[in-house]
Design a protein around this ligand. Structure first.
Ligand SMILES: Cc1ncc(C[n+]2csc(CCOP(=O)(O)OP(=O)(O)O)c2C)c(N)n1
Ligand SMILES: [Mg+2]
Length: 336
């Protein structure tokens, strides 16, 4: 298959086998999980909104490769990949999608409303752009506490046209907050392409007027994302304030499960899948570098399939929440 030009391939020589295998596994888990979620939705087992992350896997896996314990993440409604990449349990995520007791929000939140204090995952936000100021708030808390944690605040190309993003840029830079603004530029906001909505060609460049540095990175190349993330993280941890990463990516599926997909051609999607797929890219690096054989990769594929099937079984068997649950988790419990 004709894929990306050789010149754009990163040197795999300084990336270890273990590292490549980890990225392969982590991205594949997201893809297979999302495919399964799509199937369960089709079977009527998942209701409400459901936004799949298929195609964008290298973004969050590359970013997470630069994270350490204590770092925080917050994102939009397209959030299943972020949860899996930071180590949340696929069973708990899938059971939440199916509205069951075993889900992260006891089945009361669904796709867009999951949280994990243990993994420092702060949602899951359905209001476009809402997570951006909240992300700066998380970073403010870390700065106040005097630690070196950073916050990854993910949002889309569409969200980056929102006013609250710029209010946040201003305050984050003014206060040197350790937040990385990750713009997942998948080129569409629902059915509106970047070309139709946005005159400027770079989104990261908008940080310039606030004094925030940033860069654009190939989001279909997990190694490029990781390298850029390490730079951004080092900037934030050193107390130099925020950083913007505009990660160029592509979603293969519709905006949500109810997208008529009339705003782009099938050929456009197929071309990205054939020529730029991030998982295929790492697969090739593993095979070409003699790091793994086809059989070894097949074994990884099976291992991931088993994890996803187990998650689906768990989420079908877990009971629906009891009616009394309607009255719980409304107000925060305090020690006072
Ligand atoms: C404040 C607000 N306006 C509009 C919507 C409807 N809406 C949901 S997603 C979306 C597009 C956002 O696109 P983008 O930020 O590029 O993220 P992507 O879906 O591509 O990940 C819109 C307009 C909303 N949820 N909230
Ligand atoms: Mg978008």
């Amino acid at each position: 298959m004709a894929r990306r030009p050789a010149a754009s391939k990163p040197a795999a020589s300084n990336t270890s086998k273990d590292e490549l295998l980890k990225y392969y596994r982590d991205m594949l888990l997201i893809r297979r999980f999302e495919e399964k979620a799509g199937q369960l939705y089709g079977m009527g087992l998942i209701g409400g909104f459901c936004h799949l992350y298929i195609g964008q896997e290298a973004v969050v896996v590359g970013l997470e490769a630069a994270a350490k314990e204590g770092d925080k993440r917050i994102t939009s409604y397209r959030d299943h990949g972020h949860m899996l990449a930071c180590g949340m349990d696929p069973k708990g995520v899938m059971a939440e999608l199916t509205g069951r007791e075993g889900g992260y929000s006891k089945g009361k939140g669904g796709s867009m409303h999951m949280f994990s204090r243990e993994k420092h995952f702060y949602g899951g936000h359905g209001i476009v752009g809402a997570q951006v100021p909240l992300g700066a708030g998380l970073a403010f808390a870390d700065k106040y506490l005097g630690n070196d944690n950073v916050t990854f605040a993910y949002f889309g190309d569409g969200a980056s046209n929102q006013g609250q993003v710029y209010e946040t840029y201003n305050m984050a830079e003014l206060w040197d907050l350790p937040v990385i603004f990750v713009i997942e530029n998948n080129q569409y906001a629902m059915g509106t392409s970047m070309k139709r909505s946005t005159k400027s060609t770079t989104l990261y460049g908008r940080g310039e007027s606030f004094g925030i540095p940033g860069e654009q990175v190939d989001g279909m190349d997990v190694l490029a994302v990781k390298a850029a993330s390490e730079k951004a993280v080092a900037h934030c941890r050193a107390g130099k304030g925020p950083y913007i990463l505009e990660v160029m990516t592509y979603r293969y599926r519709g905006h949500s499960m109810s997208d008529p997909a009339k705003y782009r051609t099938r050929e456009e999607v197929q071309k990205m899948r054939d020529e730029r797929d991030a998982i295929e890219h790492v697969r090739e690096l593993l095979l070409q570098g003699n790091h793994a054989t086809e059989d070894e990769l097949k074994a990884v594929d099976k291992e991931i399939k088993d994890i996803v099937n187990e998650a689906a079984e768990f989420s079908k068997e877990s009971p629906e929440p009891a009616l009394e649950e309607l009255w719980t988790d409304i107000y925060a419990e305090t020690d006072a």
